[in-house]
Design a protein. Structure first.
Length: 321
């Protein structure tokens, strides 16, 4: 079941001008229950505008957006009750209040009853690993601790949908890893999570599916692995050995999925480079065909999600010229 349904969404800025700026251009996508969906794209691609529409902060110019079956225009109040928002950065907390008092204050704003507040605040402090620091002022917290408190704040009203806009922005590697571990628990509890990020490692590690947007348009949707294959489509197997010649090269070229084979000398030995389609791992078959030759090392170079993302965005830029 899709908890977020976006259909043919358009958002223009500068209405009434001769040439309004189109930030979102006929975008359609779904985010399902229990799924972590990544929305990727360069600055100015339309990600934050889409998030603000889901938060009911902005209205669509045209198209439809539904959250848990509620329309973001006609049922704004019902939508806001079902969405938790986690923003990157340090704003949005009261530094001179303790972590516990911050959550109590926001629980009152969300309209939680006294009983629910007394139950949810300690539960969430435990979830985000801040129980032992609950009484400390937020001004004493590291950036990573503040970000965890942001997550607790976004979950106070137990929303089925969570929107995370650049949550690890500015975090050091250890804090970012801890945050990723925490994010995984959200989908495990059955929530639908929409994540915007510039960190491809984060998207690759967390997301079940991703969409890439550029100039407001969706240019790819699928799993991170599918993007890697679609945008790059190759892998390179490197074999360091001795005694190979043209017969071995010709034999390796016959392997299924192989696109090219090159052999060159290096440091008194030889290096074979076998380029194949990304979904064909020819390593074992190649080694078997080279049986009898002394092989010193075998490595496989596969494109990362970052490689594929850059290739896709670069291709879009080239097509636009």
């Amino acid at each position: 079941m899709a908890e977020i349904e976006i259909r043919d969404l358009v958002r223009d800025f500068g209405a009434g001008r001769a040439t309004p700026r189109r930030a979102v251009d006929h975008l359609s996508l779904d985010v399902r229950r229990g799924e972590l969906f990544g929305l990727l794209g360069p600055n100015g691609a339309g990600k934050t505008t889409t998030v603000k529409i889901l938060m009911t902060v902005l209205l669509p110019t045209s198209g439809s957006v539904r959250v848990c079956g509620r329309d973001v225009v006609a049922q704004r109040r019902e939508v806001s009750r079902r969405v938790g928002v986690v923003l990157g950065g340090e704003r949005g907390l009261y530094d001179r209040l303790s972590a516990r008092d911050n959550l109590r204050f926001f629980a009152d704003l969300y309209g939680l009853s006294g009983a629910d507040r007394r139950r949810r605040v300690p539960e969430l402090l435990e979830l985000v690993g801040l129980t032992e620091r609950a009484g400390d002022r937020v001004e004493q917290f590291s950036r990573g601790m503040k970000q965890r408190l942001h997550i607790a704040r976004g979950l106070l009203h137990d929303p089925p949908v969570v929107i995370m806009d650049e949550p690890s922005n500015g975090l050091d590697p250890v804090a970012a890893r801890d945050l990723r571990d925490l994010v995984r628990t959200l989908t495990a509890s059955g929530r639908a999570v929409l994540l915007t990020t510039h960190y491809m490692q984060e998207a690759e590690a967390l997301c079940d599916r991703i969409a890439v947007v550029d100039h407001g348009r969706k240019i790819f949707e699928g799993t991170p692995r599918e993007l890697t294959y679609a945008a790059d489509g190759r892998r390179i197997t490197v074999i360091e050995l001795y005694g190979a010649g043209e017969p071995q090269v010709a034999d390796l070229r016959e392997l299924k999925g192989v696109e090219s084979v090159t052999l060159h000398e290096r440091g008194g030995g030889q290096v074979l480079q076998i380029q194949s389609m990304a979904d064909h791992d020819v390593t074992q078959a190649a080694v078997e065909r080279l049986a009898g030759l002394p092989i010193s090392r075998v490595t496989v170079q596969t494109p990362t999600l970052e490689d594929a993302y850059i290739a896709l965005i670069s291709a879009q830029a080239a097509d636009a010229v």
